[in-house]
Design a protein around this ligand. Structure first.
Ligand SMILES: [Zn+2]
Length: 113
């Protein structure tokens, strides 16, 4: 059995090693949060979702958020059909991006949500 001073020394050594270990874990998890926040935001933008929301979820949940944002369906953008060229354009568009057709003023009345 060791005497008390050497036990104390051993304990101090263990605490120092634990502290170093915790600092490493903290650093690695911070970097991983950042990486998953960026990756989730990138996928969210590509799929029509809110990048800020998914960056926060990516930072908190890491790979879980990334998997979820990949699996959820692409956000549907409301569209209307151009009467001139029959292409689908965003419902808020004033001008067709395919043929340049200008939608009637009546269609531009702001919607009351
Ligand atoms: Zn058109």
């Amino acid at each position: 059995m060791d005497d008390l001073p050497s036990q104390l020394e051993s304990f101090q050594t263990q605490m120092a090693s634990l502290q170093a270990h915790l600092a490493t874990v903290l650093w690695v998890s911070t970097v991983l949060s950042f990486v998953f926040a960026l990756a989730s935001a990138y996928v969210a933008v590509r799929r029509g979702h809110n990048p800020l929301r998914w960056a926060m979820l990516g930072a908190m949940l890491g790979p879980i958020a990334l998997v979820v944002v990949v699996l959820i369906p692409t956000a549907k953008v409301a569209t209307k059909v151009c009467p001139d060229c029959a292409e689908s354009v965003k419902v808020d568009a004033a001008k067709c991006r395919f043929c340049g057709y200008r939608f009637d003023q009546a269609e531009l009345v702001p919607r009351i949500d």
